[in-house]
Design a protein around this ligand. Structure first.
Ligand SMILES: C[S@@+](CC[C@H](N)C(=O)[O-])C[C@H]1O[C@@H](n2cnc3c(N)ncnc32)[C@H](O)[C@@H]1O
Length: 419
């Protein structure tokens, strides 16, 4: 490991030792703003969904947001963290519930071999570029057949969204503070093979909170727009919107592949099975290939990977879309999915509201295309004359009128066109 990588790990590790930082983080974990409630709900549910056995270790436990709810459900919890201040805060929040806490390092766990049935770690692996080394240590404390569950950013998503192959080295070169470990499906398979772990699967998530697709309407990442942040802020207080968001995370994005969202949960088993790892990778790649090629994506084609039968899926989505705010948010999110407007056929996803939403998509299509076309009219040789009225340049209101007329003309079906 190079000095700069070790510096990066030390910097990130030390930052959490500061008591003021811990106080801020602890408040943030219960703060109900933006997509916080959604992130918590999705991540904690995923940990619990894949747990196996009773003895659980939480690595980099922090304030215990994933672990503390599990104690009441009968799990025997242990936690480790390099920050004593974090452990103190976790113990305070445990409020007398039984939990074993030990100060220790991610790469040198203060527990004996094979002490646990499952190991969970939330928002921690993202700090470590050498996941093979970390995984070898995590495997040591998990019993054979036990589980390792952790989240990581998706390198496949990043590469797909940027339209070029991005490497971990590229990300490291961007500077220490900015670094977040991103994992590709290929690297996950090779790391699992190297360490002697079996990939049970990944669950993409975080569609609402991280992603790199440019929003076609705003020509900037969806997440970076103030409009989208305002929509996200409703998640804090609108239960029906939150329920739809959880539905999409769990029953749509969560069933797809490593290119689908900016982040995924990894579920590994402590057993050696290189053939299963290869099969998993091929399946992940097959889903990605489908998502890349299909125009539009069809629910029936996704059926082998969805965790609900397509008609049940449609009925549930229809119910969520019954609310106006849900329709607006779902439209913004899914119409930018994979960075293209034609990824979704709304009628296929929502028999009841699909026609309306397809209409929105069609209007947006014409609006964007005609706008970019007319905006350049005054610069083009062939059309410049249209923009000049007796030496006076076309005013923006006339440009708007021109756009409207063009949209009306172009979107009218011509005789012979299929209706
Ligand atoms: C982003 S917080 C996540 C806390 C908790 N898992 C959660 O999801 O809320 C990262 C945690 O990892 C811990 N940490 C950072 N570097 C570590 C290291 N080298 N060994 C053990 N813990 C570490 C920090 O002290 C902090 O509690």
């Amino acid at each position: 490991m190079s000095t700069s990588e070790q510096d990066l790990i030390s910097w990130k590790t030390d930052a959490w030792k500061d008591r003021n930082m811990v106080k801020w983080y602890s408040g943030r974990m219960v703060e109900n703003t933006d997509a916080n409630r959604l992130k918590n709900a999705v991540e904690v549910e995923l940990c619990e969904r894949f747990l196996l056995g009773r003895d659980v270790l939480d690595v980099g436990i922090g304030t215990g947001r994933a672990s503390l709810p599990l104690i009441a459900k009968g799990y025997a919890l242990s936690g480790t963290d390099s920050s004593q201040a974090m452990l103190d805060e976790c113990l305070r929040l445990a409020a007398g519930q039984p939990i074993t806490l030990r100060q220790g390092d991610v790469q040198q766990l203060p527990f004996d071999d094979q002490s646990f049935d499952s190991l969970i770690s939330l928002n921690v692996m993202t700090h470590f570029p050498h996941i093979e080394k970390v995984l070898a240590e995590w495997k040591r404390v998990v019993r054979p057949g036990g589980r390792l569950i952790f989240d990581i950013y998706s390198l496949d998503h990043l590469s797909f969204a940027r339209g070029e192959t991005v490497t971990v080295e590229d990300l490291l070169a961007q500077g220490n503070n900015a670094f977040n470990m991103h994992l590709s499906g290929e690297r996950l398979r090779s790391a699992a093979d190297e360490v002697g772990l079996k990939v049970l699967g990944i669950v993409p998530y975080g569609s609402f909170i991280c992603g790199e697709y440019p929003h076609p309407a705003f020509a900037m990442p969806l997440q970076a727009s103030a409009w989208w942040r305002r929509q996200l802020s409703w998640l804090a207080c609108d239960d029906a919107l939150l329920e739809m968001a959880v539905f999409l995370e769990q029953h749509f994005f969560g069933c797809l592949s490593s290119i689908a969202t900016g982040r995924f949960m990894v579920v590994l088993e402590n057993s050696v099975d290189t053939a299963a790892n290869q099969t998993w990778l091929e399946q992940d790649q097959a889903i990605s290939q489908y998502l890349r090629d299909a125009r539009p994506i069809r629910l029936e084609a996704l059926a082998p990977w969805l965790n609900l039968p397509p008609d049940e899926w449609r009925a549930a989505f229809d119910r969520h879309l019954g609310r106006m705010r849900n329709r607006g948010v779902a439209y913004a999110l899914l119409s930018t999915f994979l960075g293209r407007l034609d990824a979704i056929d709304w009628q296929d996803l929502s028999p009841r509201h699909g026609a309306l939403l397809n209409g929105w998509a069609m209007s947006e299509y014409w609006d964007r295309n005609v706008q970019s076309f007319t905006r350049n009219w005054h610069q083009r040789e062939e059309t410049r004359a249209f923009c000049d009225v007796d030496g006076v340049p076309l005013a923006s209101c006339l440009e708007y009128q021109l756009q409207r007329n063009l949209i009306a003309l172009l979107s009218k079906p011509k005789s012979g066109d299929a209706v």
